[in-house]
Write a protein that binds this ligand. Structure first.
Ligand code: ZN
Ligand code: ZN
Length: 572
C-alpha cells in the first residue's frame, strides 16, 4: 500500500510551501489530503485503478494528477523540485513549537541553520536575537521549544502506544501456545504519555512466544532475546518488553508490573501489617513463606480485604483509602457514551461531509453528534461566516429528516477573541443547540487576561461548553496561563461544562484537573474534536482520562439521552 508514503509526501509538501510563504488555501489542500490518505482504509492503487481518485474527500483534479504521477512513475516531479530548494533539516525545525515557517526560513537564509544541532549552536552564540523580528526572548522561547521536543522524543503518547500494544497483544494472543496475556505498566494505567510497553504472558512454550514476538512485522531492532524475556524497538521507535511468567504468578506479576510504584509501596505496607509479603511472584506468608495467592490479580487485593482497584486509579491518590471504605467511584465506561459534541466537517477545516460524520458516528452506536465548525475569525481554519452558519443549520435540519434514530445537533466552536469578545453575537448563538467556546489565539497572554477571557465566555448564557480548556499540546505547547481554580469555580457557578478533549495530543482537561472539577460539582463532556471520521475513534482516550480523573457516568454530559442532554445544555 502506498497510502502512507503518499500521505508523508503531501505533508512534506505542505510544510515546504509554508516555509516558502505560499497561499494558505493551497497549503491546507495538501494538509487535508495527507490526513485523508493516512486514514484511508482502502489501497490507493486500487482506488486509482477503478478510476475513483476524485471521489476521495479533499482530492481535486490537481492532486489527483499528482497521485497518478506517483503511482505510475514512483516519483513526484513537483516534490523533487521543492526538495532542491529546502533541505529536509529545515523542515524538521518546524517540529519545534516555537519555530514557525517564517522563522525557519529566516534561520536558514540568514544563518545557514539546516538542522537542530546548528540551531542550538546559534542560540548558544546568541546569533538569533539580532535577526529581524527576533530578540533575547525569542532565544529563550526557542530553547524551551527544543527541550519540549527532546522530552517528546523520550515519551510516547498514549494514543500512539495503545493501538500498537493492542496489535502486538492480538498477534501473540492468536498463538495456540499463548495462555493468558495482558499489557501492564503505565500503559495499563492509561497515563497520557508512557515510557515503554510491557507485556506479560503465560505459556507452556515460552521459546515459541519469544521467537514470534521478535519476528513481528512491527519490530525494527531486537535489543535482547532470552528464554522468557525479550526486548525490541519498533518501527516507530517504541521500546517493547515481553515476559513469560508462571501461571500461578500471573495475577501478582500483572499487579506488580502495572504499578504505580507509589500504589504498590502502600499495598506492601498493608500486607506487612498482616504478616504477608507481596511481590511479583505472589502473596506469601512472611513467616512460613507459604504461597497464599497470585494467580489472579483480584486475589492480591482480596487478601488485603480490598475490592479490585481499576488500574487507572492506581496512583496513590487516595484510591487505597477509598477502597478500604468501600467508596471507590464507579468509573465511566466507553459504552455509556451516547454521542460526540465537538466535531468539524468540510464546512470548516474538516475533511468529511456532515452526513459522513453522522453515519460514522451512528455506526459506533451513538445516538447524536454536534457539528461545531470554527467561527468566522479563524480564517486559516475555514471559519464560517454568519451566512454560511445559517446555511449549515438549514442543511442539518434537512439531513435530520432522513436520519433514523439519530440526531445531528447544530453548533459552533466559537472563537474567544484576544480581547475576550466572542466571535458571534448572542442573537446567532441563541439559534444553535451546542455552543462551544474556545481560545485559538493570544496563548501567551498573562494569566489574569487569559483567565478573564475564559470567564467572560462562561458568563455568556449561550455558551454551554469550554473546549480544550488549558490549550496544551503534549510535547509541543504548554498550557496557557489560565488560573484553573478560578476557571473551575466560575464553571460551577455558571453551570458551564468543561471539555475533556480526547485528541491524543491534547487530553485536555487532564486527569488531575478533571478530578478537581468533579469535586466542585462541574460536569464534563468527552469530545474528540474530530476533523475526519477516523478522528472519532479517539473517544476511548478521553474516557481513559475521565477514568483517571475518578469520573463516573453522572459526571459526563454526553452519557445523557438526547432529551436530557438538550435540557442540560440550555440549563445555565
Ligand atoms: Zn479548537
Ligand atoms: Zn475543534
Amino acid at each position: 500500500m502506498k497510502n502512507l508514503e503518499l500521505s508523508r509526501i503531501f505533508e512534506q509538501i505542505a510544510r515546504m510551501l509554508k516555509i516558502k510563504g505560499e497561499n494558505l488555501f493551497k497549503i491546507r489542500a495538501y494538509e487535508k489530503v495527507a490526513l485523508v490518505l493516512e486514514n484511508l482504509p482502502i489501497d490507493i492503487e486500487i482506488i486509482y485503478q477503478q478510476g475513483g481518485l476524485n471521489n476521495i474527500p479533499g482530492v481535486g483534479s490537481a492532486i489527483a494528477q499528482k497521485i497518478e504521477e506517483f503511482l505510475t512513475t514512483g516519483k513526484l516531479e513537483y516534490y523533487e523540485k521543492l526538495k532542491e530548494t529546502i533541505p529536509s533539516g529545515v523542515i524538521e525545525l518546524l517540529d519545534i513549537s516555537e519555530v514557525g515557517p517564517k522563522t525557519a526560513k529566516l534561520l536558514y537564509e540568514e544563518l545557514g541553520v539546516d538542522n537542530m544541532e546548528k540551531l542550538e549552536n546559534a542560540i548558544r552564540q546568541h546569533q538569533i536575537k539580532d535577526l529581524p523580528g527576533m530578540g533575547e526572548k525569542s532565544e529563550t522561547n526557542i530553547l524551551r521549544g527544543i527541550e519540549l521536543y527532546k522530552r517528546r522524543k523520550e515519551r510516547v503518547l498514549l494514543g500512539t502506544a495503545l493501538p500498537l500494544a493492542e496489535e502486538i497483544v492480538e498477534s501473540l494472543h492468536q498463538l495456540k501456545e499463548t495462555d493468558k496475556i495482558s499489557f501492564a505498566g503505565s500503559l495499563r494505567r492509561k497515563k497520557e504519555t508512557i515510557g515503554d510497553i510491557d507485556i506479560l504472558i503465560t505459556s507452556q512454550k515460552p521459546e515459541k512466544i519469544m521467537k514470534t514476538f521478535t519476528s513481528l512485522a512491527q519490530v525494527r531492532e531486537i535489543l535482547a532475546e532470552g528464554p522468557t524475556k525479550s526486548s525490541v524497538i519498533t518501527e516507530d521507535d517504541i521500546h517493547v518488553d515481553v515476559r513469560v511468567v508462571e501461571p500461578i504468578s500471573f495475577g501478582a506479576a500483572l499487579q506488580y508490573f502495572t504499578g504505580s510504584k507509589a500504589h504498590n509501596i502502600k499495598l506492601r505496607e498493608l500486607a506487612v501489617k498482616r504478616g504477608l509479603k507481596i511481590n511479583e511472584y505472589g502473596v506469601f506468608d512472611s513467616e512460613t513463606g507459604q504461597r497464599i495467592a497470585g494467580e489472579k490479580e483480584e486475589e492480591v487485593y482480596r487478601i488485603l480485604d480490598l475490592p479490585f482497584i481499576p488500574p487507572e486509579l492506581r496512583e496513590d491518590r487516595g484510591e487505597i483509602e477509598a477502597a478500604q471504605e468501600n467508596k471507590l467511584p464507579r468509573l465511566v465506561e466507553y459504552p455509556q457514551i451516547k454521542g460526540d459534541l465537538h466535531l468539524h466537517s468540510e464546512w470548516s477545516d474538516g475533511v468529511n461531509t456532515i452526513k459522513q460524520m453522522a453515519e460514522a458516528a451512528k455506526k459506533r452506536g451513538y445516538k447524536y453528534i454536534a457539528i461545531t465548525d470554527h467561527s468566522q475569525s479563524l480564517k486559516f481554519a475555514g471559519g464560517l461566516t454568519e451566512e454560511r452558519l445559517r446555511e449549515q443549520v438549514e442543511e442539518i435540519q434537512k439531513l435530520n429528516q432522513d436520519l433514523d434514530d439519530f440526531t445531528v445537533l447544530s453548533g459552533i466552536e466559537v472563537d474567544i477573541k484576544s480581547d475576550g469578545r466572542l466571535d458571534f453575537s448572542d442573537e446567532i448563538l441563541s439559534k444553535l443547540n451546542v455552543v462551544i467556546a474556545a481560545i485559538h489565539s493570544g496563548f501567551k497572554q498573562e494569566s489574569k487576561m487569559i483567565t478573564e477571557r475564559i470567564i467572560k465566555a462562561m458568563q455568556n448564557r449561550f455558551v454551554s461548553i469550554i473546549a480544550h480548556p488549558t490549550g496544551r499540546l503534549i510535547g509541543y505547547r504548554e498550557s496557557y496561563q489560565v488560573d484553573i481554580n478560578e476557571m473551575i469555580k466560575v464553571a460551577a457557578e455558571t453551570g458551564t461544562i468543561l471539555e475533556i478533549n480526547a485528541h491524543p495530543e491534547r487530553l485536555d482537561l487532564n486527569d488531575a484537573y478533571c478530578r478537581m472539577a468533579k469535586d466542585r460539582g462541574v460536569q464534563l463532556a468527552i469530545e474528540t474534536d474530530a476533523h475526519s471520521i477516523d478522528g472519532l475513534e479517539f473517544m476511548n482516550l478521553g474516557v481513559d482520562v475521565a477514568r483517571r480523573g475518578w469520573l463516573e457516568e453522572k459526571d459526563i454530559v454526553n452519557t445523557l439521552p438526547l432529551g436530557q442532554l438538550l435540557k442540560r445544555l440550555k440549563n445555565k
